[in-house]
Design a binder for this molecule. Sequence first.
Ligand code: PMP
Length: 280
Amino acid sequence: MMVFINNRFLPIEEAHISPFDRGFLFADGVYESIRTYNKKLFRYPDHLDRLKRSLNETRIEFKEIESIENIIYELMIKNDIEDEALAYLQISRGSAIPRTHSFPKKKISPSTFISVQNLKENTKEQTDGVKVILQEDVRWLRCDIKSTSLLPVVLASQKATEENAAEAILVRDGMITEGTHTNFFAIKNETIYTAPKSRFILEGITRKVVLELCERFKIDCREEFIVKDDLKSFDEFFITSTTKEITPVTSIDYWTINNGEPGKITKSLQAVFKKLAEDY
Ligand code: PMP
């Protein structure tokens, strides 16, 4: 596997970072995951904007941002990606000795890591739907930044895995925010609801695409918090992300929704999303 690390393309075995890297010591960094359709990076400008925003909010000065797209395409060639690719990129504030919480006095360069791999399609999950569990949202109050500080969601996601669930959906003060790595949607009386853009959620690119599709196909969609105690009054649920695309939710904790059948509106949204992706 060839990766890009600090301005060089290297075999993974030769790719190293300093143990004093602030990404390693403090999770002081930001990241993005981007996939391709027809070998073209999907909604790259949106990912780039989100990355710029994350860098800006965390005050990481990264000048080579415009070169990332080419590096990813170059890595796809170097790694003989056969079909579609999933790219991961991470930028940390850089490495400095001694370890201090505040930014180093001396200017340091950010550390960059980019990898690509063959994307594993999850067709079964998207056809059959998935189980999710509810977990308390114990994350910080800047979930709008795509930061590498992911311990709370690592733990919630592990709990989901241990309970044979595909995702943990997070609840803060009785409101559903989002999944550990997905956005959450619920449908009632043909109206779609999802948490509003705020410090409590990451503005997912797939979420954005779904909102655009709702607008285009005149589906009523409201950016409002879904109350946990009202969940049973909804007809359908789905989660979205770059890799899960639109995945129906067929059970939440011990509640099986609709006899375990993915919802009708969810399925039609999946179909239009699929067409959009195929034509991308
Ligand atoms: N929320 C969180 C917390 C995430 O980590 C992700 C994955 N990036 C998403 C939502 C979905 O975002 P996207 O559709 O851009 O993959």
